[in-house]
Design a binder for this molecule. Structure first.
Ligand SMILES: NC(=O)c1ccc[n+]([C@@H]2O[C@H](COP(=O)([O-])OP(=O)(O)OC[C@H]3O[C@@H](n4cnc5c(N)ncnc54)[C@H](O)[C@@H]3O)[C@@H](O)[C@H]2O)c1
Length: 401
């Protein structure tokens, strides 16, 4: 067995996801890992981030980070429209690259209102061309692409996968949802940066988990992954509806420019089984990360958040001080479904553990290029279906696993 290589990480981006990843790199064990530095759009942000987390370097530019010969894993925690160009540059620099979800989308001409101005067929073709540029770049450079789909690593989803596998039954139907009361990020409400709304940016999580379970089932039963075959979808802009606009006291975030704030897709796999995936930015009550698997021999509900692992009551808001209760919960008053460790439930420690081991041992990650690209194909197939009111065949759009 060859010795594990030390892993030296450079993070690109200094916002929400960068903080999340950094906290979880600290938990990686059995691998010699060091987060060396950070680069962001504005040098003052990377300096503040490096100082706050005690990192050695705040690189003035991404080029400086990529030029550091010690760094062998670049972690992209940047807005979606930057993913592909940066993956290509990481490949050229010969560095393994972790990329936040979704891998990519269609961003048009970079001008406002991309979501209103471009047809979904062009978007589908453009998004897949971007995904292929990224996959070609890492293949050419022989570096790993680590796709940061944390749901694949959630201990609850992994437990569901093991339970279903042990029964030996067939997964017939998967139902998954990620919803909350609106993204915190301004760029995420503009298609030219986000590549879409709720369906891709939230739906990618339960979709990623569903694809993963079916890949695993296929490998186990038939020696190859079961892949997506066909999709039907509907999307809506519920924060633009008459009733919502007339409500003087709403608690849901607005400001969507040209993206949907709700979407639902029905996916048929190539073994004729199905997944029902829903995503919304219009759901009060804290984040909902819920997932159910219906097989021929068992039913498993694997709810990351909320669950009843810790349930707490306080008579008014604010009594818990800075202690986190649940992502995006609007009030902490009343009964609360909190969690012993929400990051752990959502899979972040296990995700970064796998990424570091994949680089240290030079092996494929559990969540990699095939999953990343299939999510783009399904979501943009879903956008086309929603536009045209028909099912979209995905088979011809997929790349061999
Ligand atoms: N897995 C999850 O649960 C999860 C949660 C939140 C965000 N995300 C993903 O993480 C990514 C980042 O989202 P965020 O919420 O952290 O955004 P953010 O706005 O909080 O931070 C983005 C950071 O990227 C930097 N940046 C932007 N363009 C850059 C460029 N060209 N070069 C270098 N740095 C650049 C900005 O300076 C900023 O520091 C997105 O792809 C998003 O989908 C994933």
């Amino acid at each position: 067995m060859t010795a594990r290589r030390p892993v030296v990480v450079g993070i690109v981006g200094a916002g929400f996801a960068a903080n999340l990843h950094l906290e979880n790199y600290h938990l990686v064990h059995g691998v010699d890992v060091r987060v060396k530095g950070v680069a962001a759009l504005r040098p003052e942000r990377s300096q503040a981030f490096a100082a706050q987390h005690g990192l050695e370097r705040a690189y003035p530019t991404v080029d400086d980070l990529l030029a550091d010969p010690e760094i062998n894993l670049v972690d992209l925690c940047v807005p979606n429209h930057q993913h592909v160009p940066l993956i290509v540059r990481c490949g050229e620099a010969g560095k393994a690259v972790a990329c936040e979800k979704p891998l990519t989308g269609f961003y048009g001409d970079g001008e406002p209102l991309v979501g209103n101005r471009f047809g979904r067929a062009d978007m589908l073709a453009g998004a897949l061309a971007g995904a292929d540029r990224a996959l070609d770049a890492v293949e050419r450079a022989r570096v790993r692409l680590l796709y940061a789909e944390n749901w694949v690593y959630s201990p609850n989803i992994r437990k569901a996968a093991r339970l279903v596998a042990r029964t030996g039954g067939a997964i017939l139907r998967i139902v998954g949802e990620e919803s909350h009361s609106g993204t915190h990020s301004d760029y995420a409400r503009q298609w030219r940066y986000s590549g879409g709304g709720s369906l891709i940016n939230k739906g990618c999580h339960p979709l990623g988990a569903a694809l993963y379970l079916k890949y695993e089932e296929g490998r186990r039963q038939w020696g190859q992954p079961i892949r997506p075959l066909r999709v039907v979808a509907t999307v809506a802009r519920l924060t633009k509806t008459r009733g919502f606009l007339a409500d003087a006291e709403k608690f849901i975030r607005e400001g969507w420019e040209d993206c949907e704030d709700w979407g639902s897709l029905l996916l048929t796999f190539d073994d004729d089984t199905v997944a029902q995936i829903t995503a919304a930015d219009v759901t009060l009550g804290g984040i909902q990360n819920v997932f159910s698997v219906y097989s021929s021999r068992a039913v498993v509900h694997a709810n990351n958040v909320p669950n009843t692992s810790v349930v707490a009551y306080a008579p008014r808001d604010g009594l818990y001080g800075g202690e986190s209760i649940r992502e995006k919960v609007e009030t902490t008053a009343g009964w609360q479904f909190t969690s012993g460790d929400e990051h752990w439930m959502n899979g972040f420690p296990a995700e970064l553990q796998d990424f570091c081991e994949a680089v240290a041992d030079d092996r494929e990650p559990v969540s990699g290029a095939t999953l990343a690209r299939d999510v783009v194909a399904v979501c943009y197939g879903a956008y086309l279906s929603a536009e045209q009111g028909r099912a979209v065949d995905l088979g011809p759009l997929l790349r061999e696993a």
